[in-house]
Ligand binder design. Structure first.
Ligand SMILES: [Zn+2]
Length: 285
């Protein structure tokens, strides 16, 4: 990398840090929210046009109900912290799609998709809240934007920065297509990093608590997922489940109850029935 490029990159990075709501982690953002929203909306619209909607009306209504409650929790949190402006480009949608893959996702901007394949694992409304809290956690933490920015930073050395930072540049379009490659083998997006997965778990716990769900129930959900096991399961191959994940969640549950108590004026505590996690160490990351 040329000296000029490096200096330019450092300058760009200094002006491009933002922080994740709730966790406060600093992250690199080289792409504007507007651009990410545009790209993801394009991809979402393409996908949803042909995606087979589930005919199971009861489950679809449950996805809508839980999704709405998690979305409301985001709004409650943002209003309480004076960050409503961050929700400017959001327009929530909740879909249950007939697909045997054990997966779910939330696109930037609040487009939520749940595959019917995950319902045997969520089992009930609270289980679904664990999944949707996690997925919405990725969205509000702008993890896709961060992944795009990391990809762009990697390519910085090989491409002229002037071209790269041009919003209509082919590079940004290509990276966007990869990150939001709904039509690719990967499925929805490039796998999130392990750090992002743990952060989405953390945000998800707090969102489900604000939405009025029992955050203790995140543990049995992830235990069910990990007992099922196998790299062929899409949700697990992109959503690592292991001892670290479950023990991190256990540590964060008291904080989630604090949010619950603050919102509902209660004094509830974590149940200590969150037994030692049974997990499989051989997940593919
Ligand atoms: Zn995830």
């Amino acid at each position: 990398m040329k000296k000029f490029s490096l200096l330019f990159l450092i300058t760009v990075i200094c002006y491009s840090c933002s922080s994740v709501p709730i966790t406060g982690r600093q992250q690199l953002m080289l792409v504007s929210d507007e651009e990410v929203l545009n790209l993801s909306l394009q991809e979402y619209n393409e996908y949803i046009k042909t995606a087979p909607k589930s005919t199971d009306k009861t489950s679809a209504a449950l996805v809508e109900k839980v999704g709405r409650k998690i979305a409301d929790a985001v709004e409650v949190y943002y209003k309480a912290t004076g960050m409503e402006s961050l929700l400017a480009g959001y327009s929530w949608e909740f879909n249950l799609i007939n697909d045997s893959q054990i997966n779910a996702f939330c696109m930037p901007g609040g487009k939520i998709v749940v595959y019917t394949g995950i319902l045997p694992y969520t089992q009930d409304e609270t289980g679904l809240a664990v999944v949707l809290g996690h997925e919405v956690g990725h969205a509000i933490a702008k993890h896709a934007n961060e992944r795009m920015s990391q990809q762009i930073a990697l390519q910085m050395g090989e491409t002229t920065i002037g071209t790269l930072l041009n919003k209509t540049s082919p590079t940004i379009q290509t990276v966007g297509a990869v990150v939001y490659g709904l039509g690719t083998q990967v499925g929805v997006m490039l796998p999130f990093s392990r750090k992002q997965e743990l952060e989405a778990d953390h945000l998800g716990l707090i969102l489900m608590a604000i939405a009025g769900y029992n955050p203790d129930m995140a543990i049995p959900f992830w235990q069910r997922m990990s007992q099922q096991g196998g790299n062929s399961i899409e949700f697990l191959s992109t959503h690592p489940s292991d001892n670290t994940r479950i023990s991190e969640i256990q540590k964060e549950i008291p904080e989630a109850w604090e949010f619950y108590n603050a919102v509902y004026g209660t004094n509830k505590k974590p149940a200590n029935n969150t037994s030692k996690p049974k997990t499989n160490e051989n997940w593919h990351f």
